[in-house]
Design a protein around this ligand. Structure first.
Ligand SMILES: C[S@@+](CC[C@H](N)C(=O)[O-])C[C@H]1O[C@@H](n2cnc3c(N)ncnc32)[C@H](O)[C@@H]1O
Length: 337
C-alpha cells in the first residue's frame, strides 16, 4: 500500500532552536577573509583533522582517507595543487582544486574518459550550471515542486531525528540546499557532492557570496559519483538528494550506495519527478517508457510503487512520501539492528 500524504496536510517543520554548530565544533577561522588557497588547504585539513568523525573514504576500496601533503606556499595558479588526501589502504591519492575535492574513482586520470548519459552531461555544461539557480530550477515549479524553501522545510521534518549529525547533500547542483542546511546550523557537517565540476564551481561561488552563512567551514565540496560514494560504511546520519534521482544513470546503484553509507537509524530524503498515473494501467506505454529511459538516461518516469520497491530492495525501511503533481518527496530509513 503506498503511503501518500497530501502535501497540503504536511505540518510545518518543527525544528529545535538553539542547536548551534559552533558549540559542536571548536576550531574557528574567518573563511571570508582568507585567500582562496588558505580556505581550500584549511578545508582539506579541516575535513581530515578536525572532523568529529572521520568519515571520508576512498571510493575504490572504501577505506579511510588521510591528509598526504599540505603545502603552505602553493602557486597562485593552482593554489591547492599541493593538497592531497590519500587512501590509507590502497594508497590512491585525491587532490583538491580551487573549489572542491575530487573524490571520483577516475580522479587524476590523464587519458581516460568515458561517455556519460545525457542527464549527467547536461549538468556538466558551464552554461547550464550557471543558469541552474538563475531560472532553470524555478521551472520545476511547473511540475509541482514547491520551491527550495518549502522543500527544505518539508525535508527538515523527515530529518528531525538526525539533527546535530552529518548530512550529505547528494547531487547538490549549485548548492541551494547545502547552503540552507549549513545556515540552519542543524548539522555538524554538510557534504555537498556532485558529479559536475561546473555545478561545484557555482556552489562554491554562492557559498562565498552568502553573507549570513555562519560557519562556512562546515561545508565540504566534493566531486563524487552517487554510485560510488566516498564515505565509510554506516558513517552518515542523513542523505538528502534534491531533484536528482531521475538524473542518476542507475538509481538502484545509487540507493544501494546511500544505504551502505547510512548508519542504523540514518535517514534518506529525496525529491524527484514521477509519472505513474497512466503508465500503471497501459502495458504498451510501460514498454515505451523503458525505451525512453534507456536512451535518455533519465528515470523521471518511475512510479511511487517502484520508488518504494527500490528503497526496500536496498535495505531501507519505513518508506513514506508527499506528492504534488509530478513532484514527490520520499523518505526511508536505515533500520536499527
Ligand atoms: C537537477 S540537478 C539537482 C540539483 C539540486 N540538488 C536541486 O535540488 O536543485 C541534478 C544534479 O544531479 C547531478 N548528477 C547527475 N548524475 C550524477 C551522479 N552520477 N553522481 C552525482 N551527481 C550526479 C547533476 O550534476 C546535477 O547537478
Amino acid at each position: 500500500m503506498p503511503r501518500t500524504i497530501v502535501s497540503g496536510r504536511l505540518s510545518p517543520a518543527a525544528l529545535p532552536i538553539g542547536l548551534s554548530v559552533s558549540r559542536l565544533l571548536s576550531v574557528k577561522y574567518a573563511a571570508q577573509r582568507l585567500p582562496v588557497s588558505v580556505l581550500i588547504s584549511a578545508r582539506v585539513d579541516y575535513v581530515v583533522e578536525k572532523e568529529k568523525k572521520k568519515i571520508l573514504a576512498c571510493p575504490i576500496c572504501y577505506n579511510s582517507l588521510a591528509a598526504l601533503i599540505s603545502q603552505p606556499h602553493e602557486s597562485a595558479e593552482y593554489p591547492a595543487s599541493g593538497t592531497h588526501l590519500q587512501c590509507k589502504y590502497c594508497k590512491k591519492s585525491y587532490s583538491a582544486n580551487e573549489t572542491h575535492l575530487d573524490l571520483t574513482v577516475a580522479s587524476g586520470t590523464k587519458q581516460y574518459t568515458e561517455p556519460l548519459p545525457l542527464s549527467i552531461e547536461l549538468y556538466r555544461n558551464p552554461l547550464v550550471s550557471f543558469l541552474y539557480e538563475r531560472g532553470w530550477r524555478q521551472n520545476f515549479m511547473w511540475g509541482g515542486f514547491p520551491g527550495p524553501e518549502k522543500e527544505f522545510e518539508m525535508a527538515s521534518e523527515y530529518l528531525k531525528h538526525v539533527l546535530g549529525g552529518n548530512i550529505i547533500d547528494a547531487s547538490c547542483g549549485s548548492g541551494l540546499f547545502s547552503r540552507l542546511f549549513a545556515k540552519s546550523e542543524h548539522f555538524a557537517m554538510v557534504y555537498a557532492l556532485d558529479y559536475s565540476e561546473n555545478m561545484l564551481r557555482q556552489c562554491y561561488e554562492f557559498l562565498k557570496q552568502e553573507a549570513n552563512l555562519i560557519d562556512k567551514k562546515i561545508v565540504v565540496l566534493a566531486r563524487a559519483d552517487i554510485a560510488r560514494l566516498p564515505f565509510l560504511s554506516g558513517s552518515v546520519d542523513a542523505v538528502h538528494a534534491g531533484a536528482a534521482l531521475h538524473c542518476w544513470p542507475s538509481p538502484s546503484s545509487a540507493v544501494a550506495e546511500i544505504s551502505r553509507v547510512l548508519r542504523p537509524g540514518g535517514v534518506f530524503v529525496a525529491t524527484t519527478f514521477i509519472y505513474d498515473g497512466l503508465f500503471r494501467f497501459v502495458p504498451f506505454l510501460k514498454e515505451l517508457r523503458q525505451e525512453i529511459m534507456r536512451y535518455s538516461g533519465s528515470h523521471m518516469f518511475l512510479s511511487e510503487r517502484e520508488l518504494e520497491d527500490l528503497c526496500k530492495s536496498c535495505g531501507l525501511v519505513g518508506f513514506t512520501c508527499v506528492r504534488n503533481g509530478l513532484f514527490i518527496m520520499l523518505s526511508a530509513t536505515k533500520p536499527t539492528r
